[in-house]
Every structure is written in C-alpha cells, then in structure tokens.
Ligand binder design. Structure first.
Ligand SMILES: NC(=O)c1ccc[n+]([C@@H]2O[C@H](COP(=O)([O-])OP(=O)(O)OC[C@H]3O[C@@H](n4cnc5c(N)ncnc54)[C@H](O)[C@@H]3O)[C@@H](O)[C@H]2O)c1
Ligand SMILES: [Zn+2]
Length: 367
C-alpha cells in the first residue's frame, strides 16, 4: 500500500516519490499512469534480484509490459564504466530502443549505475528508481545525481538525470543486512542535523524502533528525509550552492572511504564518522555549543558500527581530503553545524584542528 506521496517540484521534470509497504502489485499500474513505455529493462544486482526481481517482473508482465532483465554482481566495485559498457552492449544486443524505460532495482550502487546508463543510452531513456536499501530510500534515489566511479575518483563521471518516479517499499528492508541499516541511519541523522531539529529529536526518541525496522517509524523518516531533500533539490538542482549542505559529514567521510580504499568503510558508515568529526570541528571552532555537540555525538554512538579502523592512517585521511572533487581550488570545504537543524559552509580550517578531529574518531572507534 502507498502510504505517502512526496513531490519533487522541478518544472517539467517534477516527479513523485511513493512511500509505502508491500507495494509490488501496484507497481505496473503506476507505470501505466506515468506513461512508461511498454519495453522495460530492469537492472538489479544478484542479492537484490534473488528476493525482488521475480515479483516485479511478474507484475509488469501481467500488465503487458515487455520485460528484459540484467543482473550484475553486487558491490561498489561494479559502479564503473566497464560495467556500464557491458550493460550498453547487452541493451544493443537485446534491441532495446529509445522508447524504453530503465528500472533501477537495488541500492545506491544499482541506482547510480542504472541512472547513468539511462541518461546516456541513445541520449537518454526513461528512468525509474526502485530503491531497496535504507540509504537509497532516504537519499540516493532522490535528486537525480547519477554516476559511475573512475579509478582516479568516486562519482567522477555522471549526470543530473531525474527519474519518472521513485518507488520506495519499506518491506524490502527486512532482508537487508544490519550493517546497511546503520549506513542508512548515517544519512538520516544528516538530515536532522542540517535542517530539522524535530527529526533529530524524533531520532533521539525512536532510534530503537528504527533499528528494529518498525514500519511506521521507517516510513516517517523516509518521508521526512525525502521532503527535505526535495526542497533542497528544488532550489538548487545542479549544486550551485545550497545543495552543498547535503555534504555535511561527507568531507571527512569521503576521505575516510578513500583512505580505506573503499574496503574498510561503506559510504554510510564513513558519513557517521565524518559527521562526528565535523561536529567536533564545529565545536572546536566555536560554531556549535557543547550541549548540541554532545547530543549529535551521543546519537551517532547509538548506531551500531563495528568496523576495525586500525587500517586508516590520519595522514592518508587528511591527504585524501585535499583530493576530494568538492574541494574548491584546492581548499577543503566543510559544511559545519551551528545548531541542531542549521549548518554553515566554512573553507578555512586550521590543519591542527583537522588532525585533532581525525584523531578523535579514530581513537574512539578503533576496535
Ligand atoms: N546519487 C546520490 O545522490 C547518492 C547519494 C548517496 C550515496 N550514493 C551512492 O550510493 C552507493 C551506496 O548505496 P547503498 O548504501 O545503497 O549500497 P549498495 O547499493 O551497495 O547496497 C548495499 C548492499 O545491500 C544489498 N542489498 C540492497 N538491497 C537489499 C535488500 N533489500 N535486501 C538484501 N540485500 C540488499 C546489495 O546487494 C549490496 O550488497 C554509493 O555508490 C554512493 O556513492 C549516491
Ligand atoms: Zn552520502
């Protein structure tokens, strides 16, 4: 059943995000309402496909859609041009034409990759997001950023390409590994800190329900995060300014991911630690009061995160920060909280303070 519908208002590229639970039977009728072409290609990964490909395929076929499927191996390492090229070849071989739709069934990896494929294939075919991880449902499936990685940097090749709609089924999360729930909570806490004190308070009070995937609590935060993201994207679709606030926790987070060669930490885990470091930085710079800092740190601590961080060296983390594509003319940019629910972009940060922040998270979290 669809529980909530949230609009992303982008003129002729506007689209809805449908949030609910057990919605398989209404997917194809929704496609019909959105004038999705008869030829549909579902791209998914093996782990997601095992659970959700058949029901989706069956539902589409039942409504006379012609369905083709491509199943890729799971994992961030698949989000590259080589995999995209293989998909293009398969699409050409299967005779998929311009009047087709690509459905991304999976987490952020499948969403980013399938979106990239949809944006580029024959100059663009229709695209639908069916996110199946908590992270993708609250963040990556919304906003139209699609990309693949390059050996010299993450998300270096991509586009802004909005889907026709986003289909978020909370029931999918039941099969998700626990580690992925923590990753999603990273981005959810981010939304509370950057713009919604009430969401932050809700998380303080209801975190345990979320960890147990209580459907009502999950749908509440999914809807709130999607609303916040859609308001930000509406004002700044192509990240000329405001959209940057979504990078709270990500300057340090991306550096943590890179320093571990994308094997030690997953994106959401790195964001959790990154938010802790950047909140500490804000506090040390006199931007964030001690009590707000304590509340942010306490909430992050409550999210299970069982990574051994011994392989991450402070020097490598700080070096990786300089290479981040979001660094403007070599300067590191930080989105720092000034209160719970408000942030500010800061460019000048004392190197000694930065080292202290990195030391703090490594010291705290080494297992
Ligand atoms: N486009 C954006 O705006 C944006 C924003 C944030 C993150 N991202 C990108 O998202 C990616 C991370 O996405 P992710 O955290 O969803 O990881 P992911 O796509 O790798 O999924 C995590 C793991 O969970 C499995 N999985 C997914 N759904 C499942 C389900 N319902 N049941 C069982 N297993 C399931 C997948 O097979 C995978 O092994 C990164 O590449 C990141 O750069 C993009
Ligand atoms: Zn993120």
């Amino acid at each position: 059943m669809v529980h909530r519908e949230i609009q992303v208002p982008l003129g002729e590229r506007s689209y809805p995000i449908y949030i609910g639970s057990e919605m398989h039977s209404s997917f194809a009728p929704t496609c019909q309402r959105h004038n999705v072409p008869q030829d549909v290609l579902i791209i998914t990964d093996k782990l997601v496909g095992k659970h959700y490909l058949r029901p989706l395929e069956k539902n589409l076929k039942h409504y006379q859609f012609r369905v083709t499927t491509i199943v890729i191996p799971p994992g961030e390492r698949e989000k590259n041009l080589r995999r995209a090229d293989k998909i293009f070849t398969a699409m050409l071989e299967k005779g998929i034409g311009r009047n087709s739709a690509v459905v991304a069934l999976g987490g952020g990896v499948v969403g980013d990759l399938a979106g990239f494929v949809a944006a580029v294939y024959q100059r663009g075919v229709q695209f639908i997001q069916v996110p199946t991880t908590l992270l993708a449902q609250v963040d990556s499936a919304v906003g139209g950023k699609v990309a693949v990685n390059h050996p010299l940097g993450k998300n270096m090749l991509g586009a802004f390409y909005q889907p026709a709609f986003v289909w978020t089924d909370a029931k999918c999360l039941r099969t998700l590994p626990e580690r992925e729930i923590s990753c999603g909570l990273g981005e959810i806490i981010k939304y509370g800190v950057i713009s919604d004190k009430n969401l932050f308070i809700y998380l303080e009070q209801q975190l345990d329900r979320l960890l147990h995937l209580d459907a009502e609590a999950v749908m509440h935060v999914q809807a709130r995060c999607c609303e916040i993201k859609s308001q930000i994207v509406e004002q700044d679709e192509h990240e000329a300014g405001l959209r940057m606030v979504l990078n709270f926790g990500h300057t340090v987070g991306h550096a943590l991911e890179a320093a571990g060669h994308y094997r030690v930490l997953k994106h959401g885990e790195a964001v959790l630690l990154g938010m802790m470091a950047e909140s500490f930085l804000a506090h040390k710079m006199g931007l964030l009061d001690a009590e707000s800092f304590r509340r942010i740190e306490t909430l992050i601590y409550r999210v299970p995160l069982k990574r051994a961080l011994g392989a991450l060296k402070p020097k490598a983390i700080i070096a990786a920060m300089g290479r981040d594509k979001k660094a403007v003319s070599g300067k590191k940019r930080f989105v720092l909280p000034t209160a719970i629910g408000a942030v500010r972009v800061v460019e000048e940060v004392e190197p000694s303070l930065l080292r202290a922040c990195v030391q703090r998270i490594l010291g705290h979290r080494s297992a």
